[in-house]
Design a binder for this molecule. Structure first.
Ligand code: NAP
Length: 289
C-alpha cells in the first residue's frame, strides 16, 4: 500500500513511456515487501540538472537513467564505478551517505546473464551495430573470454571509436556491413549479437526486418547462437529466421531482467530477487498488451 512513508525509485529519460522497467521493478519491490515504488519521469534536456539535484532532496532512493542521458549524467554524479567509466555510460544511480549520486552500469552483467551457463570460452563472436549497447556487449564478451570480436556496422566513425577503445583488451576488428569478409565471419561465428534496433516493434520499414537485409544472412548455419538485444517483439524476425536455420536463439528480455535485478541490488545494498519474479511480470504484461 502506498502511504505517506512510501519512498520511490525513478527512471529518467526522454521518452520513458515505452519502458518496461516500472512493470518488472514494481513486481520485485512488492515481492521484497519494501515500502518503495518505481515510477518513470520524462525529463527534458534543459531540466536534467535541476531534476537530478531536486531528487536528492526528497524521498527518492535511486534512479535508472535511459536514452538520451546515459552520458550526460556523468558530471552530476560524485562517485562513478569503474565499469561505468569504462563504458562511458551510466544506467543506475543511488544516493550515498553524503546525499550525492553514486553511479554504475548494470548492462554488462545483464548481457552476460543468459550466456554464463553456455561454456563459450575462446569462441568467435560478431557484434552488429556500434552504438551504446554495443559497448556493453563488447565488454561482456571480453569478460566471458571470447577469443575474437568482429563488429559489423554501417557507421565508420563509431566503429573506429569502438576498436580504438577496446583494441588493447581483445582481438577485435571493425567491418562495414558491405565488406566481403562478413560472409566468412558469419559462417564461422559461435555467437552473433544484434545491437541494432532493426526488428523493433516500432521499426517503420517492414521490408528491412533483418539487420542489413536478408542477403547478409545467407551463410548463417546452425552452429551459431543468435542473441538479439531487442525484447519487443519477442521473438524478432531475426530470431525466427535463425531458429528456422536450427540456431539456438536468445532474446533481449533476459538481459533487460538481469540488468534490472542488478540495479535493484545496487539500490538496496545487496538484496536479491528471483529472476522469474521480474521475468513473469514482463511476460504477463506483454501477453496482455
Ligand atoms: P544506438 O546507440 O542508437 O545504436 C544503434 C546502432 O545500430 C548504431 O550503430 C546504428 O548505426 C545502428 N543502426 C541503427 N539503425 C540501423 C539500421 N536500420 N541498419 C543498420 N544499423 C542500424 O542504440 P543502443 O542504445 O545501442 O540500442 C540498440 C538496441 O539495443 C535497441 O533496440 C535497444 O532497445 C536495444 N537494447 C536492449 C537492451 C536490453 O536490455 N535488452 C539494453 C540496451 C539496448 P548509426 O550510428 O549509423 O545510426
Amino acid at each position: 500500500m502506498i502511504s505517506s512513508k512510501t519512498s520511490f525509485i525513478a527512471l529518467i529519460g526522454n521518452p520513458v513511456s515505452h519502458s518496461l522497467s516500472p512493470i518488472m521493478q514494481n513486481a520485485a519491490l512488492q515481492y521484497l515487501g519494501l515500502d518503495l515504488i518505481y515510477i518513470a519521469i520524462p525529463c527534458k534536456d534543459k531540466d536534467l540538472e535541476l531534476v537530478l539535484n531536486s531528487l536528492k532532496k526528497i524521498n527518492c532512493k535511486g534512479l535508472n537513467i535511459t536514452i538520451p542521458y546515459k552520458e550526460k549524467v556523468f558530471n552530476l554524479c560524485s562517485e562513478i564505478s569503474p565499469v561505468a567509466s569504462k563504458l562511458k555510460a551510466i544506467n543506475t544511480l543511488k544516493l550515498n551517505s553524503e546525499k550525492e549520486w553514486s553511479a554504475t552500469n548494470t548492462d554488462v552483467e545483464g548481457f552476460i546473464y543468459p550466456l554464463k551457463t553456455l561454456k563459450l570460452i575462446k569462441k568467435e563472436s560478431i557484434v552488429l551495430g556500434s552504438g551504446g549497447a554495443a559497448r556493453s556487449v563488447i565488454q561482456g564478451l571480453i569478460n566471458l573470454n571470447f577469443s575474437t570480436i568482429s563488429v559489423i556496422s554501417r557507421n565508420k566513425s563509431s566503429l573506429d571509436e569502438l576498436i580504438k577503445n577496446f583494441g588493447s583488451q581483445i582481438e577485435i576488428q571493425g567491418l562495414l556491413n558491405n565488406d566481403n569478409r562478413a560472409q566468412n565471419l558469419i559462417e564461422e561465428a559461435d555467437l552473433i549479437v544484434n545491437t541494432t534496433p532493426v526488428g523493433m516493434e516500432t521499426t517503420k520499414n517492414k521490408e528491412n526486418l533483418l539487420p542489413f537485409g536478408e542477403n547478409f544472412w545467407r551463410s548463417l548455419n546452425s552452429k551459431s547462437i543468435i542473441y538479439d538485444l531487442i525484447y519487443n517483439p519477442a521473438p524478432t524476425s531475426l530470431l525466427k529466421f535463425s531458429a528456422k536455420k536450427g540456431c539456438k536463439t536468445i532474446d533481449g528480455l533476459q538481459m533487460l531482467v538481469a540488468q534490472g535485478l542488478k540495479s535493484l541490488s545496487f539500490w538496496t545494498d545487496g538484496l536479491e530477487v528471483p529472476f522469474h519474479i521480474m521475468n513473469d511480470a514482463l511476460k504477463n504484461y506483454l501477453k496482455n498488451k
